[in-house]
Design a protein around this ligand. Structure first.
Ligand SMILES: *Cc1c(COP(=O)(O)O)cnc(C)c1O
Length: 422
């Protein structure tokens, strides 16, 4: 079962101050989860999580994770700028980008971030732009299919990221000849995995590769970055990943492969986004209309601009009608937003308790890749983001957009002035 972290009474109290729709995050949940992750990898001396900023780019969230010991994983200039302003610097920052613009690369270099190259041509690109740092990471793409438990999880062979195996060996030789001292390797082979075997399997691949790279190129490999991809179960009846089992699975591969090769001092990094935040965010929305035509529709004041995943990927997000947690789910609804797009549906043919106008709906697991993927189609405005603090109080951590924000980038002096605040 999925239980919201706010009650109906709490939601009503919040809504009296901050109208729906909004995203709200659960500080206590975020902190406990981060602590458990660190416990699960405490056997590895240099272990660190670099939170994937793109999942939830909000300085207040970054600060909470910073207090829990996390660094940040950035892939763009503005993510680097936000991280810089939150006090991350140097080895607190992993820069895992692709199709990297010059100014983004320069900023990462200036901040002293760990730079994770996406392609062999980026060696020259980085060298000509900034020179080469002491430590360089390279992203590996093994090609083909990535399988777990006889099931294809993803197709790295179709993915735009990373070096081929041959390029990785060549790249390490080139970097070494150019004076790079320390090396890291990185791979992201499957997204949102709900199995305790993904990281251990990926670790085995990267650990074996690291031993070969060391033997063949003499590179001093200090870091192995398992990246993101450990997922969360969005479905109420599928069990969540067990981070302690995942940590132990990686530990076993480490002891079997790296330790005997004399590489027991390698530090492991992760770049989790979804796993760190998704369950600790709700999109809270009100039913503003009901419609009875060939199907039963519930119209919400949130839309796909606030949460794109269902429209984009057909993703399931669980829905709780607050105050009706124990009511029978005996009504079949399409739960929709107001975009002029028929895929603007948070749920299709979903069995829910009877929903009335004014009911408050919690859409679960929106803490990662939720607000972040928002957009302004149909002139819809981005919602507020709120933080439910450990003491039960609620803090506005990003205000809702206003029409003035929406019109501000036009340069039709005189035409829209009436709606743009000075
Ligand atoms: C998206 C991304 C992540 C985070 O992925 P999650 O699925 O949210 O864990 C980490 N690293 C890189 C390079 C990414 O592109």
């Amino acid at each position: 079962m999925k239980t919201p972290f706010i009650t109906k009474a709490k939601a009503e109290e919040i809504i009296s101050k901050y109208p729906t729709p909004f995203h709200i995050y659960d500080e206590a949940g975020i902190r406990k989860n981060a602590r458990d992750l660190y416990k699960a990898f405490s056997w590895n001396k240099g272990y660190r999580e670099f939170f994937a900023v793109k999942a939830t780019p909000n300085p207040y969230i970054l600060n909470i994770l910073k207090e829990e010991g996390c660094g940040v994983d950035c892939s763009s200039l503005t993510e680097l700028m936000m991280s810089e302003c939150c006090g991350f610097s140097g080895s607190d920052i992993m820069f895992s980008s692709n199709v990297t613009p010059e100014e983004d690369m320069k900023k990462a270099f200036e901040l002293g971030a760990f730079i994770n190259l996406d392609d062999i041509t980026h060696i020259e690109f980085l060298e000509n732009l900034c020179g080469l740092p002491e430590t360089v990471f390279c992203r590996f793409n093994p090609g083909g299919h990535f399988e777990l438990e006889n099931k294809i999880m993803d197709d790295p062979g179709d993915a735009k990221y990373g070096f081929t195996r041959e390029q990785l060996f060549e790249g390490f030789r080139i970097l070494k000849a150019k004076g790079v001292k320390y090396f890291g390797i990185h791979a992201f082979l499957a997204s949102n995995t709900v199995t305790n075997n993904y990281y251990p399997k990926l670790a085995k691949i990267l650990f074996e590769l690291a031993v070969e790279l060391k033997n063949e190129t003499g590179a001093d490999i200090r870091y192995i970055n398992l990246s993101g991809g450990v997922g969360v179960s969005y479905l109420p009846d599928v069990p969540q990943n067990d981070i302690f089992a995942i940590g132990e699975g990686v530990h076993k591969a480490f002891d079997e492969i790296l330790v005997p090769a004399g590489m027991g001092n390698v530090a492991l990094f992760t770049e989790l986004g979804r796993y760190m935040l998704a369950p600790y965010g709700h999109l809270v929305t009100k039913c503003i209309h009901q419609k009875h035509i060939y199907k039963e529709y519930i119209g919400c004041d949130a839309c796909a601009c606030n949460l794109m995943r269902p429209a984009m990927y057909g993703s399931y997000h669980h829905i709780t009608v607050l105050g009706k947690e124990d009511a029978p789910c005996d009504h079949k609804y399409d739960v929709t937003g107001g975009l002029c797009e028929n895929n603007d549906k948070f749920a299709i043919d979903r069995m829910l308790p009877e929903i009335n106008k004014g009911d408050i709906l919690v859409i679960h697991d929106t803490g990662a890749h939720g607000f972040a993927m928002g957009y302004n189609y149909n002139g819809k405005l981005r919602s507020a983001e709120l933080l439910l603090k450990e003491d039960g109080s609620v803090q506005l951590i990003r205000r809702a957009e206003t029409p003035s924000d929406y019109f501000r980038t036009f340069d039709f002096t005189g035409i829209l002035d009436k709606y743009i605040e000075k």
